[in-house]
Design a protein around this ligand. Structure first.
Ligand code: SF4
Length: 347
């Protein structure tokens, strides 16, 4: 059961309530390279990214906002550290959300200015707490970045905004340690009704990053926690977007597009399952409707093992049995992948 959170609007995407969990990523091109950022923004938007964040380290980099806005039609988030003037400029330039920790920008008058600017344009603020950058006092109190310390830090920043009656807040509370991150989100979710941006920070390179994110983000989603997610990978942002949707799918969320179910293969395997599954996945990349497509290695067990698939093939000798919603349809010979993909489009 999804934990109900207050609704917060980020551009044309609503977080919280029963709204779909939004997939985000962050650009990783140097901020000074406007063209490179725009190019990457277009790539991730084409991959289905629903909220897009990028760093705005200096006032000059605010120029990224109009440039990216012109190229893609998804809400943009400016990632700002320490300098409240950059936040003000980003708001003026049309940003849709600001990620800034109010406790890091100086005195209360600065916080008030940022809050006023955001409020005037209905722009939410994301507070992002990371295990690696906890306040000295919090760290001293707990001795280590334990879940309780992360929550205390997040609530400290939250209160600085609430003091100004500002509640258009989204919170993240990340750690690279999966059990810590999961427990921190659970505690935080019990304490407030702000939508949560879930993720494992510094999750690592592709392989380990996928595993940690699948466990951490996926585990929380199964507990009903999480309103938007980012998979952090030391890799291309497009892969983060794809992984985000795959985690949502695996957690049972309604996500459009194909889900490939393929068997691990064994001594009974009759066809090149891995190559066929890869090729089917590639050819169905632009397919938008939700569909489960199975590629199974043998006729004896395949259709049964892929019972939950909408459509699939099971390998015979130089041929494959096509089955649709559990019913055997016909044998495919020759271009098996091509025929299977055609059948998916006919569904
Ligand atoms: S579907 Fe057939 S080939 Fe694939 S793992 Fe199962 S028994 Fe083996």
């Amino acid at each position: 059961m999804r934990r109900q959170k207050r609704e917060v609007k980020v551009g044309n995407v609503v977080l919280g309530g029963n709204h779909p969990v939004a997939v985000q990523t962050m650009l990783n091109v140097p901020a000074r390279d406007v063209e490179g950022n725009v190019r990457q923004a277009v790539q991730v938007a084409e991959a289905g990214c629903q909220i897009l964040r990028f760093s705005v380290p200096t006032l000059e980099d605010v120029r990224l906002i109009p440039a990216i806005k012109q190229a893609v039609d998804i809400p943009l988030v400016a990632d700002i550290h320490f300098d409240y003037r950059i936040a003000l400029e980003c708001v003026a330039a049309g940003i849709d959300k600001v990620r800034i920790n109010p406790g890091n920008i100086g005195d209360d008058s600065r916080v008030r200015q940022v809050v006023q600017a955001c409020r005037a344009k209905n722009i939410p603020i994301r507070i992002g707490v990371n295990a690696g950058s906890l306040e000295k006092e919090v760290l001293a109190k707990y001795g280590a970045p334990v879940p309780e310390a992360l929550v205390e830090s997040a609530m400290y920043h939250v209160r600085l905004l609430e003091k100004h009656d500002f509640n258009d807040i989204v919170i993240s509370i990340k750690s690279s340690n999966v059990p810590t991150m999961m427990q921190a989100y659970r505690l935080l979710s019990d304490q407030c009704d702000y939508p949560l941006h879930v993720g494992v920070t510094e999750a690592g390179t592709y392989r380990m990053g996928l595993i940690k994110s699948g466990m951490g983000i996926g585990g929380l989603l199964l507990e009903g926690i999480g309103d938007t997610l980012r998979v952090s990978l030391t890799d291309e942002p497009v892969k983060e977007v794809q992984a985000g949707f795959d985690i949502l799918r695996a957690a049972g969320h309604a996500v459009g597009g194909p889900e490939i179910i393929s068997c691990p293969t064994c001594g009974r395997t009759n066809i090149a399952v891995a190559a066929i599954a890869d090729e089917v996945e590639k050819r169905l990349q632009g397919y938008k409707k939700p569909v489960k497509v199975a590629v199974m290695g043998c006729i004896v067990n395949g259709p049964g093992e892929a019972r939950e698939a909408d459509i699939g093939i099971a390998g015979g000798k130089d041929e494959a049995l096509l089955f649709i919603r559990g019913e055997k349809v016909r044998m495919l010979r020759g271009d098996i992948v091509g025929q299977l993909v055609d059948e998916v489009y006919k569904l």
